[in-house]
Structure formats: C-alpha cells, structure tokens
Write a protein that binds this ligand. Structure first.
Ligand code: C5P
Length: 239
C-alpha cells in the first residue's frame, strides 16, 4: 500500500489517496483551532494522541457492531480508513449542558439532562457550522428523513457504548460530535475521529476537564489531558 497525493487538508487532519480506490490515509496534525478557526495554535503530541485514542475507540466500536471507516493504525500519526463521502452534517450528542448549548439556552454547564439531546450542524466553515433542524437538512439535500433516522439511531448507540466505556475510566461523557459518511456501497458508517478534540470529558471525582476546552479556554495542561485520556483508555481496554 503506497501513500499518494493529498486529497484534502482540514484544520486537524490531512487525507491522502492510496493505490486502493476505496481506502485513504488520514494523518493527524498537532494544529488546534477553536471558535471556527478564530483561535489557532498547536498542541504538542495532539496528533499522536488523537490517532491513538481514535484507533482504540473505533476498534472498540467495531467490535460492538458499530460500522466505522477504521481499518488499521499505520504509525504514530496515520491510520488507514475506508474512503467515504462525508455527509455534511455534524451530529452532536449531549448528556449534560455545556458549551454552545449552555450559552444558547442561558443555563450553567454541568446539568445532567433527563433525555439525550441531539443537535445537527451544517458543515459550512463560511457560515460557522450553523445549528439546523431535520427539515433544513432535507431541504439542503444533505440527508433524507430515513437517513436522518438512521443517523440518530447510530449516534444514540454510539453514545450508549461510550458512556459506559468512559464511566469505566472514571470520566463523564458530557457531549461529543461525530461525522458520518457513506461507503462505496452507500452504507452509512462512522467516520472522522472520536478524541478529546471532539468530546467533552470530565473527571468524575474532580470534574477536571480532560478535553479540548483546556485549549479553547486557555486552562493549561492541554497535552497532559490528552495523554491522561489515552492512558486511562489503554488501561480499561488492556492495551
Ligand atoms: O461547541 P459545542 O458545545 O456545540 O460542542 C459540542 C461538542 O461537539 C463538544 O464535545 C465539541 O468538542 C464537539 N464539537 C466538535 N467540532 C465542532 C463543534 C463541536 O468536535 N466543530
């Protein structure tokens, strides 16, 4: 398997073609952005940690029956994945109030929700990834109602599995974002990454934030938080 031309470069990752038409290589960068790239920086070891953490989580989800794009980790920064057409919607799942939802609703962070909250955002950097509803998504041609049903179900199943996994790590899964794509057969599968960049993870005892909010809010000890998540994950998964 050889690495070919770069197909795409995002804020935190690059995607390269391979000699296999349905497989691509994802490379994780140390670059960090927040607030629609208004805040920019770099976090030591972030690329390696997010590659390693996403590898462990996607492998775990695959074994639990969740279809994902993940094939294998190649090295410290790269993984081989199935090529997908990314559905231009970010699926956000929330178990506690935090971040943009806490702001929008004028509530404090950390309130446990009696129901799982799902938000969908339209992936458009120039618009700041706006919060939309199902009808907007259908209007935009991003997904059909049936596909949205499937996407919510997959997101809910992933949430159930991850709440339990992080619980074993003594961590509260506050919220997270996933991206879904269609593989070469048109099947909807989990793509992108699941890492401290895309989740809010709070230590159960101290409520210390162990995620990208440390970068967003200049809380310090950013690398340490990513390493801590990796170490706890390895321990509960016996890796
Ligand atoms: O900012 P907000 O509160 O809407 O974020 C909800 C969750 O989605 C957080 O875990 C955040 O890290 C993640 N997210 C993301 N990428 C975005 C927006 C949010 O990973 N572009």
């Amino acid at each position: 398997m050889t690495k070919g031309a770069m197909l795409y470069e995002g804020k935190a990752k690059q995607v390269f073609e391979t000699d296999h038409p349905n497989e691509v290589i994802v490379r994780f960068k140390d670059d960090a952005t927040a607030f629609n790239a208004q805040k920019k920086g770099s976090v030591d070891l972030k690329g390696e940690m997010n590659n390693a953490i996403t590898t462990l989580i996607f492998d775990y989800l695959n074994h639990k029956g969740i279809p994902t794009h993940f094939i294998k980790k190649l090295d410290e920064r790269e993984q081989l994945v199935k090529k997908v057409h990314i559905i231009p919607l970010e699926m956000v799942v929330r178990n506690y109030s935090a971040g943009s939802m806490a702001q929008r609703l004028g509530v404090e962070e950390g309130i446990k929700s009696p129901v799982t909250i799902f938000d969908i955002c339209y992936k458009r950097d120039d618009l700041g990834d706006p919060l939309i509803n199902d009808h907007h998504a259908v209007f935009l041609g991003a997904a059909t109602y049936d596909e949205l049903d499937e996407m919510y179900e997959l997101s809910s199943d992933i949430n159930d599995i991850l709440i339990e996994l992080f619980d074993q790590m003594n961590i509260i899964l506050v919220d997270f974002k996933i991206e879904l794509g269609k593989d070469s057969h048109g099947k909807i599968i989990l793509a992108d990454e699941i890492s401290p960049d895309t989740c809010r993870l709070w230590d159960k005892d101290t409520m210390k934030k162990l995620d990208k909010d440390r970068f967003r809010r200049d809380l310090g000890e950013v690398t340490e938080a990513y390493v801590e998540i990796y170490e706890r994950l390895k321990k509960v998964l016996n890796k």
